[in-house]
Design a protein. Sequence first.
Length: 192
Amino acid sequence: MKSFFSPRVTRNLMILTGSLMVITIFVNGYLDTNFRHYEKKVKMVAAPSETREQLLVPGPIEASGSELRETQSRLETFREEIASMDDLTERSRQERKGTERKKKYMSLASLWNSEMEQIVAAIGEGMRDTDRTRLMEEQNLFLEQRSHEAMKEISDEKTGIDENIDYMSRYIEVTRQRCVDLLKDYEAYLAT
């Protein structure tokens, strides 16, 4: 069969194709690395108190988060937020099973995760770079272990919604415990 291209043109096209593949791989790796770095820096825009208000029926009006933070230490503020979120979690556990409960659990998991990120960020503000790096490594290890721990709740015997609720419940418990442990272990960085 006759070739449309001469051997020289074919060879040059193969070299060009190979070069473009290598360039694409390097650009993809570079962008992926920068995107992950950017994701770590991005903080959640909504404060947990704002999201919490959207989750449940409003209760009595309290002082805003900024006013509270001015009059008390960050440690006490975080402890109060954890207590408030414990109440939300308990109310959600008492609800009927089903899709609505699943949505609340997903919202709660997001709130707990946001609270944990805020605690880590507040702790990191007062640390030296080496200590902050160690904290971030510890946090990354926790995130990996949390996923494995929550996956233990998944079984073949449950329906999709029940399985998801059990997964999210364990996810919330582990994240809550991490928040409490962070406040206990790094109390000195938040007591100002």
